[in-house]
Design a protein around this ligand. Structure first.
Ligand code: S3P
Length: 452
């Protein structure tokens, strides 16, 4: 079921809990799930996906790929099969494509559509229509596509895909895996070589999966510095099995919850630990977090481990700007750990947080201040200063259609002295269905207000 827009909002309250104990699995990786559906849709033959995230964002992508001609089935055991139409085979959708809350879905899809000779209309929810799309439409226009968007390059937007795509070489101005991926996906249906240069390495799931489906990709040092990723256009992608690991961005919530509840001891099984995603683990370990990676292995081209986490006395650290791309979605929950740590945690170079599902710098700072924590947000910095004890809590925090803000403050409420409530917990469905039930199974106390 897709989340409806607008009221009524679903409130949730998180109450100080005892130590967390047990073993869990978190839902599949969101980034990998979107890519599996999209590449499966432009491959020839069947792609069978195990562990797909069945959150609203990914369901929107499945719906979009169906609207573009792919056949997609969900089996009773939770596996999905995509029957693709081949590179260049997407057909014009006869309805508006609504990507809901998903920036990744919207931007990657824009890339795919840009080099198909179709016209498509994209929109999204109240959060997505505020987010910048020019970062993808500017380079995609150089490949020949045209876009009619609202002021500032925002959705709703018409995508007029080109019938004569031109491959480009493009240096991504902001570290963004979404921009890199949009261009590579557009490059699939362009003749010749499309090259993306990135100064700061971002998640490489698109590159890994393109290779997995049989595309030719070379990655080397760029003359300009950084990395040049070159894709040979018009490959024949072949449908293949994809195994989606647990999402480290989702695992980050129980990880921080266990760290800040003394005597906790939990294990999260089969989490993806791609080195371009693990900045949060490095940071929490530097803060004194007792985190062990067990049973490390490779599953379908992605490194995976079981993560054991024990309650820990944390201290503040400086998080350098160059680490931001490897943990960009984890700063809100890191800020909760920082509020329980001893001393200041300085998060630097995090301006991109202002253009996520919400302005995450502002929302994190406002929520923490309401919960009694010492916090300062700058243009691209966030400094949280703790005294080694959890803050007072006792506030209702606004989530502004942002799943990660919602889950972060529920985590804080487990350790705070007074409960923490959310004005609207529904956004959690976008990436982590079953969040409260899963954490409650470990001993957390997260519930709707009594009487509801
Ligand atoms: C994602 C890239 C990141 C991240 C998002 C998922 C992806 O966005 O915040 O949740 O799957 O490529 P940016 O590329 O805008 O940094």
């Amino acid at each position: 079921m897709l989340r409806h827009q607008g009221p009524p909002m679903q409130q949730l309250i998180s109450t100080p809990s005892a130590a967390l104990k047990g073993r869990i699995r978190v839902p599949g990786d969101k980034s990998i799930s979107h890519r599996a559906l999209m590449l499966g849709a432009v491959a020839v033959g069947a792609t069978e996906i195990a562990g797909l995230l069945e959150g609203e964002d990914v369901l929107r992508t499945a719906e979009a790929m169906r609207a573009l001609g792919a056949e997609i089935q969900r089996h009773e055991d939770g596996r999905w099969t995509v029957y693709g139409v081949g590179v260049g085979g997407l057909t014009e959708p006869d309805r508006i494509i609504d990507m809901g809350n998903s920036g990744t879905g919207a931007r990657l899809l824009t890339g795919l559509l840009a080099t198909h000779g179709v016209i498509a209309f994209l929109t999204g929810d109240a959060s997505l229509v505020k987010r910048p799309m020019a970062r993808v439409t500017v380079p995609l226009a150089r490949m020949g596509a045209e876009f009619v968007a609202r002021e500032g390059g925002r959705l709703p937007m018409a995508v007029i895909g080109t019938r004569s795509p031109v491959p480009i070489r493009y240096e991504v101005p902001v570290p963004s895996a979404q921009v890199k991926s949009a261009i590579l996906l557009a490059g699939l249906n362009a003749p010749g070589t499309t090259t993306v240069v990135e100064k700061h390495a971002t998640r490489d799931h698109t590159e890994n999966m393109l290779r997995h489906f049989g595309a030719e990709l070379t990655i080397g040092e760029a003359e300009e510095g950084g990395e040049a990723i070159s894709l040979t256009g018009e490959p024949e992608l072949l449908g293949c099995p994809v195994m989606v690991p647990g999402d480290i961005s989702s695992a980050a919530f129980p990880i921080v919850a266990a760290l800040i509840r003394p005597d906790s001891d939990i294990t999260i099984e089969a989490v993806g630990i791609n080195p371009r995603r693990t900045g949060i683990l490095d940071t929490l370990i530097e803060m004194g977090g007792r985190i062990d990676l067990l049973n490390q292995r490779d599953e379908a081209g992605e490194p995976v481990a079981d993560i054991r986490v024990r309650g820990s006395a944390l201290f503040g650290v400086d998080v350098p700007p160059e680490r931001a791309p490897s943990m960009i979605d984890e700063y809100p929950v890191l800020a909760m750990a920082a509020a329980c740590a001893d001393g200041p945690t300085r998060m630097l170079g995090v301006g991109e947080l202002r253009v996520k599902e919400s302005d995450r710098l502002a929302m994190t700072a406002a929520g923490l201040a309401a919960c009694g924590a010492a916090v300062e947000a700058g243009e691209d910095t966030l400094v949280v200063t703790g005294d080694g004890r959890a803050p007072s809590g006792g506030a209702t925090v606004k989530t502004d259609l942002d799943h990660r803000i919602a889950m972060s403050f529920l985590v804080l409420g487990l350790a705070a002295r007074e409960p923490v409530a959310l004005d609207d917990a529904e956004p959690i469905e976008t990436s982590f269905p079953g969040f409260s039930t899963l954490l409650n199974g470990l001993g957390a106390k997260i519930a709707p207000p009594t009487g509801r």
